[in-house]
Design a protein around this ligand. Structure first.
Ligand code: ZN
Length: 501
């Protein structure tokens, strides 16, 4: 039995090595690769992803899993080995349902579509993208149908990002959240008190911004001995195993929020990966529990910590030392309000905490309508603009600032968007539990001490990797199912105070 486990671990280790190598090439592509090398790199990545898929869906792995089935029944169902085999079996069955020809064709189509989307966005013309998007939608419907029977055609897509989560669950929690978020955003817009954030729109030296961000994430506990930070057009986190987890950021010379909050966000993702239990290394469960759980961590460090008053009590005096001219005469409270300014804006990635989920709901509802066939691609821009009017009270002036703003649909990422909002909700649910366990937390932050929080997160969440399904882990840690109340309590308290509601 031990031998069979050992063989399985060795085999899975090789699969993970291939995947990590592809990840490293992808990281390089977005950081240091010369622009002219794109074609060769795409070939290398395609080869590696084909080899990974072949190895992970091989008959050899299938019979190894089959052999271990009877043995697993004798193990503690919550042991690492039992969980590893259960998760690998589930993923194996799932990937085997998708024909190789589909995988190759989908990779080919999405590579082309990405270019069409870029061109369409540049020219702000949805009609350039429409035919390709129709193909992608048809292929995603085909994909979902490999997994029949399902309750909803969107379920198999969602499951790729948030294992075990159903469309009906997300619909239910969004239906609860939507009217409360809309009401809060309206109340803020109508408040006689408004926030001035001009202090953030000054000249901030780029390398000084970089140095400040690194000082903060070192204090958080991001480990530079097992990670690094580089520049990229869009910030992201890459893990090549828990001892090499890299983050990227971008710096805007005339706007303070871009670099710092991007850095804190990615460091949150990074610390999660760095904290995963060593015993899970080189297995397919050696990563975060789900996209939503991952986002709960990036958002926790970015927003619940980094946009909170206690954090700035510690770091605003430091920031003033970094930028004496720009910030010497600014007081802490004004700065705190500026970084938390609420605005009904068109662009999701720039949205504040109160409006962010509304951007997500627009996309979630449209994706479902596209998948069920209720909405066709030709009517998508109009439907998009109508939802922005309904939920945010604004209408995009053009497609670039509307329906073409996000990359996700161009790579076929239907099912992805809702995980951003799930992350917000999960972060606040965890936060309430953490406050109970660590009543001293806020005063620790005021002294720039974050070890208590990081240790708690490591012990309760990070160490488990993807051993548990996300909603199972949430229940274990908080005792509750997914719930919008903690997030609304958090928003109403914080923004009620800032906007004097
Ligand atoms: Zn993120």
């Amino acid at each position: 039995m031990q031998d069979k486990f050992k063989q399985l671990r060795t085999y899975l280790g090789e699969v993970m090595d291939l995947a990590a190598t592809a990840e490293l090439l992808g990281w390089d592509q977005q950081t240091y690769m010369p622009p002219g090398s794109n074609e060769g790199r795409s070939m290398q990545l395609a080869t590696l992803s084909r080899l990974t898929h072949e190895k992970f869906t091989s008959d050899e792995l299938g019979s190894a899993l089959e052999d271990l089935k009877s043995i697993v029944e004798e193990l503690d169902p919550n042991s690492d080995d039992a969980r590893l085999i259960a998760q690998v079996s589930k993923e194996f069955d799932k990937q085997r349902k998708v024909p190789n020809e589909y995988v190759a064709e989908f990779a080919r189509i999405t590579a082309l579509t990405h270019q069409t989307w870029e061109k369409a966005r540049q020219e702000s013309d949805f009609s350039i993208f429409r035919a390709d998007l129709e193909k992608i939608i048809a292929m995603r419907q085909e994909y979902a149908n490999f997994f029949q029977p399902y309750d909803h055609i969107y379920d198999p897509l969602l499951d790729d990002f948030e294992a075990g989560m159903k469309t009906a669950d997300v619909k239910k929690v969004f239906a609860d959240l939507r009217p409360r978020q809309v009401a809060l955003v309206n109340a803020i817009a109508e408040s006689s008190y408004q926030v001035d954030d001009s202090v953030l729109h000054q000249e901030f030296d780029e390398s000084t911004q970089w140095a400040f961000g690194e000082e903060v994430i070192k204090a958080f506990g991001y480990d530079f001995n097992r990670g690094r930070q580089d520049k990229s057009v869009h910030p992201f986190t890459s893990s090549f195993g828990n001892d090499d987890v890299r983050i990227t950021t971008r710096v805007a010379p005339n706007y303070f929020n871009t670099a710092l909050f991007g850095t804190l966000h990615e460091a949150g993702h990074g610390m999660y990966e760095q904290g995963i239990g060593k015993q899970l290394a080189r297995t397919p469960i050696s990563h975060g529990a789900s996209f939503g759980f991952h986002e709960s961590q990036s958002r926790m460090w970015e927003n619940l910590v980094g946009r909170g008053k206690p954090f700035w009590i510690a770091f605003f005096p430091r920031l003033q030392e970094y930028f004496p001219e720009a910030l010497r005469d600014v007081n802490l409270d004004d700065f705190y309000r500026a970084i938390n300014k609420v605005e009904r804006s068109l662009i999701r990635v720039e949205a504040d905490e109160t409006t962010y989920n509304l951007h997500i709901m627009v996309r979630f509802e449209l994706e479902i309508a596209l998948m069920t066939g209720e909405l066709s691609a030709v009517n998508l821009p109009e439907a998009w603009n109508q939802k922005y009017e309904d939920y945010l009270g604004i209408t995009p002036p053009d497609d670039a600032q509307g329906v073409l703003q996000d990359i996700h649909w161009s790579f076929g990422g239907f099912g992805y968007f809702s995980t951003y909002s799930l992350g917000n909700l999960i972060s606040s649910m965890l936060w309430e539990v953490i406050q109970g366990d660590l009543p001293d937390l806020q005063s620790q932050f005021e002294k720039a001490e974050f070890g208590g929080l990081l240790e708690w997160l490591r012990a309760n969440i990070y160490v488990h990797g993807a051993k548990y399904e996300p909603m199972e882990l949430l229940k274990m840690v908080t005792g509750s199912a997914l719930d919008a109340d903690p997030y609304m309590r958090y928003l109403e308290a914080k923004f009620g105070e800032i906007y004097k509601l």
